[in-house]
Design a protein around this ligand. Structure first.
Ligand SMILES: N[C@@H](CCC(=O)N[C@@H](CS)C(=O)NCC(=O)O)C(=O)O
Length: 203
């Protein structure tokens, strides 16, 4: 069987999610760099790999393809302690992961990409992204004032899905100092993942 392959953009939070799981679980893989912002995901060659034209893309040892960062994490972490055994806690983890894709990533990740990576001016950005992104951060703050992780006392895939872009929210014009419980959680999760902090040094 071939080694697992992960197609990804090295500065993309969605691509970090499956990478962090592979690293944490000690699974061998080859990283294949594809720039999500220069059209490389829309070439005929890449569309033959993922017809959705997006990274990340995971190719399993037997050649099967899996898209969607959260689906990849669920598959790779099957049986690991990142997925609660209790059925209700597992459903709460899904609740956060589905919410991440609908109510967090489309505002926070998009604002980071447009403002920081594409260098758009404030007046070129969709005005609703800032209030909607702040509403998402406020929702997380409410939970993280109560519990150290999004689902109770232990790190789960919910934390990994949500930390990917939350840790870089300042690059999108958000201010994590307004959300102290979220900031403390970012530090905790980054430490557990063994990754360098993405929070602004003096922030
Ligand atoms: N919901 C998808 C989102 C994937 C996504 O938005 N990928 C971006 C990079 S972060 C991309 O490939 N953009 C290039 C394009 O759409 O052409 C996931 O979680 O994997």
């Amino acid at each position: 069987m071939a080694k697992i392959k992960l197609y990804g953009t090295s500065y993309s939070g969605n691509c970090h999610k499956p990478k962090w799981i592979l690293d944490r679980l000690g699974i061998a893989y080859d990283w294949i760099e594809v720039d999500a912002l220069d059209g490389s995901t829309r070439t005929p060659e890449f569309l033959a790999i993922n017809p959705a034209g997006q990274v990340p893309v995971l190719i399993l040892e037997d050649g099967r393809m899996l898209a969607q960062s959260n689906a990849m994490m669920l598959h790779l972490a099957e049986g690991a302690d990142l997925i609660p055994k209790d059925a209700f806690e597992r459903a709460k983890m899904f609740e956060w992961m589905f919410w991440e894709q609908y109510s967090h990533e489309p505002q926070i990740a998009v604002r980071i990409a447009r403002k920081h990576y594409l260098g758009k001016r404030e007046d070129e950005l969709e005005p609703s992204l800032l209030p909607k992104g702040n509403a998402a951060l406020a929702r997380m703050e409410l939970q993280l004032k109560e519990t150290p992780f999004l689902v109770g006392d232990a790190l789960s895939l919910a934390d990994i899905a949500l930390v990917a872009y939350t840790r870089k929210a300042d690059l999108g014009g958000f201010n994590l100092r307004d959300y102290p419980a979220v900031r403390g959680w970012v530090v905790r999760v980054e430490e557990l993942l063994g990754i360098e902090s993405a929070l602004p040094a003096n922030g």
